[in-house]
Write a protein that binds this ligand. Structure first.
Ligand code: NAD
Length: 260
């Protein structure tokens, strides 16, 4: 129970990676706020944790809305008694060549990935700074925080941007005992990736199996997908790390696709 007495807020936790992080944190003893655009999904994920004896609260939150983020964070602090760990994880994917990208889709991607990270960080840090009580912020980056792929201009730009935001937040947060790091997963079979496989097959004119083999897993050491559990274990490690020796860093979890 390494997180006994701690409170975590995980965005995009109704599904995929965020859900697995919420579950591992709850198992480690944390009270967890499951913040998601999908309120029914957030409530269902919270109910699953509560049914297993953990403590969780579903919160409706669109991370692109300043009010929703500030209100949702305040609700978490009020109902769960604080906020020690923020995992800014909510995300979507839209794949298109740059010349075909609609401006509104570019803006939507940047709003969710970058504005969402900024707004949730600001709300969490305002609480964590009080009395220098401190805390931990984790961004869900990607191998695409370090590398580029065709068709993913806003995703790659935003995921690179998270490294910059993390470094500034790590510097500013240090005197208040706040650590900030980025997890950079390779491909994980979640709804976000399952949706891309047929889309990429269509764009590149290849089969779905070829998308997996020749694009998604081509550069891994073993041709294996990263799992939500792999990413959740990394998020637990970062949340429980005892000092600021580990701040402003990114950790890649990708079966060797990208080696830092
Ligand atoms: P997912 O689709 O399973 O889950 C994403 C969640 O985010 C959903 O519950 C969705 O409702 C929520 N969400 C979307 N827009 C939101 C908004 N505006 N406000 C609040 N919640 C919102 O996706 P996932 O694969 O678990 O992705 C989670 C994060 O991990 C994303 O940031 C993604 O970029 C990143 N990531 C995923 C992979 C992968 O291969 N799946 C790899 C690297 C990084």
């Amino acid at each position: 129970m390494q997180l006994n007495g701690k409170v975590a807020l995980v965005t995009g936790a109704a599904s995929g990676i965020g859900k697995a992080i919420a579950e591992i944190y709850a198992k480690a003893g944390a009270a967890v706020a499951i913040a998601d655009l999908n309120q029914a999904g957030a409530d269902a994920a919270a109910a699953e944790i509560n049914a297993k004896g953990g403590k969780a609260l579903g919160i409706a939150m669109d991370v692109t809305s300043e009010k929703a983020v500030d209100d949702g964070t305040a609700l978490c602090i009020d109902k769960l008694g604080g906020l020690d760990i923020l995992v800014s994880n909510a995300g979507i994917q839209i794949v298109k060549p740059i010349v075909e990208f609609e401006y509104r889709d570019w803006q939507k991607m940047l709003a969710i990935h970058m504005d969402g990270a900024f707004l949730t960080t600001r709300a969490a840090m305002r609480h964590m700074y009080k009395d220098k009580r401190g805390g931990t912020v984790i961004y869900m980056g990607s191998v695409h925080s370090h590398l580029a792929s065709k068709l993913k201009a806003p995703y790659v730009a935003a995921k690179h941007g998270l490294l910059g935001l993390a470094r500034v937040a790590a510097k500013e947060g240090a005197e208040y005992n706040v650590r900030v790091n980025v997890i950079c997963p390779g491909f994980v079979r979640t709804p976000l990736v399952d949706k891309q496989i047929p889309e990429q097959a269509k764009e590149f004119g290849i089969s779905e199996q070829e998308v997996i083999k020749t694009i998604m897993l081509k550069d891994t050491v073993d041709g294996v997908f990263t799992t939500v559990e792999d990413v959740a274990e990394t998020a637990l490690f970062l949340a429980t790390f005892p000092s600021a020796a580990l701040t402003g860093q990114s950790i890649t979890v990708s079966h060797g696709w990208h080696m830092q």
